[in-house]
Design a binder for this molecule. Structure first.
Ligand SMILES: [Ca+2]
Ligand SMILES: [Ca+2]
Length: 219
């Protein structure tokens, strides 16, 4: 019975997480050996984190949002989700200490099939979520519940979808920027094709899935 329940949960997980992404590229599955050998630079609240600039193999690399997610997911991690202010401050302190200009998080504006759900409307207020945990962010207009910057490229509070307004790509991904607009260290909506350093956070669902499917590997 337990096995059946687990299997059901895994099927639900795969269909939710392996949908095609914009541009036709897909989310990649975890690779058991990479999960087992994953590098943890620091732990916070029981979870391991990887900082791309701290690893000699990725230092100096900048990648687009989906490439960042896939790097993390192959290792049973995902881009970082900042669900609490304590975790947000932890990540921001690392960014400041290491003088990193910006990073990708797993934050994303819902922009695919199913995003017409009533509780996600209007999208620019209620449509943001942490993709790694499939968890909604607080509405963007509840400024005490989130860390969106009060300024940006056109002097407007974030999220402002600036690049799309100026004729470019929609700003559907959430980055933490370090004083980029002399506006502090906080959240910005940014077009997902931009390249940035990234932070991975261990992902319980992926770890459980790989441990269940590979009982002989210590993950
Ligand atoms: Ca988190
Ligand atoms: Ca923006």
């Amino acid at each position: 019975m337990l096995a059946l329940l687990l299997f059901g949960a895994l099927v639900a997980l795969s269909s939710a997480q392996f949908q095609p992404q914009p541009g036709g590229r897909i989310l990649e599955s975890p690779i058991p050996m990479l999960c087992a050998q994953r590098t943890i630079h620091q732990r916070f609240n029981g979870k391991g984190y990887f900082f791309s600039w701290n690893d000699p193999r990725t230092a100096g690399q900048e990648v687009d949002w989906l490439t960042g997610r896939n790097f993390c997911r192959q290792r049973c991690m995902d881009l970082v989700s900042l669900e609490t202010s304590a975790e947000n401050e932890f990540i921001k302190s690392r960014i400041v200490q290491n003088k990193v200009k910006y990073i990708w998080t797993s934050g994303r504006l819902c922009d695919f099939k199913g995003c017409d759900r009533p509780d996600l409307q209007p999208l620019n207020i209620n449509g943001w979520f942490w993709t790694a945990e499939l968890q909604k962010l607080a509405p963007t207009n509840e400024r005490g519940q989130n860390d969106w910057s009060e300024s940006g490229g056109i002097g407007k509070p974030q999220p402002d979808n600036r690049e799309a307004i100026q004729g470019g790509a929609p700003e559907n991904c959430l980055a933490v920027l370090n004083q980029f607009y002399n506006d502090g260290v906080n959240w910005h909506d940014v077009a997902c094709h931009h390249k940035k350093p990234w932070v991975c956070e261990e992902n319980e669902s992926l770890l459980r899935y790989v441990r269940f499917a590979n009982p002989n590997i210590r993950v």
